[in-house]
Design a protein around this ligand. Sequence first.
Ligand code: KG4
Ligand code: ZN
Length: 361
Amino acid sequence: MYVLGIETSCDETAASIVKDGRRILSNVVSSSLKEHKKYGGVVPEIASRMQLESITKVVDCAVKEAKIKLKNINLVSVTCGPGLAGSLLVGISFAKSISLGLGVPLLGLNHLYSHIYANFLWCRKVKNTFLTTENRTLELSPKAIFLNAEHLAFPFVALIVSGGHTTLFYVKDFDKIDILGATCDDACGEAFDKVAKILGLGYPGGPLIERLARRGNSKNLKFSCSNTKELLDFSFSGIKTAVLYYVKKHSIAPALPAGRHSQLVRDVAASFQETVIDTLIKKSLLACKFKKTNRLVIGGGVAANTRLRERLYSEAEKKGLNIYFPHPKLCMDNAAMVAGLGYQLFKKGYKSGLDLNIDLN
Ligand code: KG4
Ligand code: ZN
């Protein structure tokens, strides 16, 4: 069964063809990030306008790269929330038109659940195609072998860490997912983005902080994450403010050319990152303990962070846990995870009507 996935929840326009829920035949992402950089974050109006302009060619490209014809598609699966309202509407409207035109079923699904599903995709020999807004091919990924999809069984705890969410789930099945905890203020990726802005590094901040932190010493200064009333909730706005005051107090000069940051800036990045990772690990392990499971699944943009991976793998070894991360290319927003989850839910009897609407919750 060939599923066309469409994902437009934030700045990306993504389309993918996945066969039988696991095998990625194409994975095309067009990002409008460049347009947002000068504002230090995503501007919703710009994002949806760019998505409107690029969605036809992104879907065309996904179908072509999968070496199938439009008429071979059996199901159209689309993100309907949470995300930016205008952006989601572009994807949903386009998905409806394809579903109606081809006479195939339509299925709207939750963005966070699809991030969890990224762990079930079989990524052997995946080619990710990144299109710029001008439709130039930017990067073709090397062939990747990732087989964790084969070994993952229900139930498990899932930690989704992205630019908009930080949530712990207990996953019993693709359609039986409970929330165990969530952020009370900033999302984890948002905190990375804001701290990067404070340090004058640019946007998106996660990869830039990670790079800088590699040459920093996290032990040279101490930040901490605020406590939360509920043990499995998160709070990241306090640590962001602490970094802001530290930078002001020590008159740390931001925005130096790449590679010329002072040791103090590197130490701030390292200490911030290490503290956030400590919190993510502590709460995830606690959730596993509460739910008596030894399976922990990570997803979302921050899951691409190599330090988080290293730390969790070493923690897992000590505690006898099985840790699952998606392939790094599938941590960020993509449509393969939407197509894959769509297949699983459709098999369980789920389907949407043409009255499908955005769902921001
Ligand atoms: O899942 P995603 O692509 O979009 C949302 O659904 O929000 O996540 C984007 C977020 C951004 O905040 C970005 O800074 C963060 O993921 N991110 C990272 C890394 N790569 C991306 N954060 C920490 N370390 C990284 N290597
Ligand atoms: Zn996302």
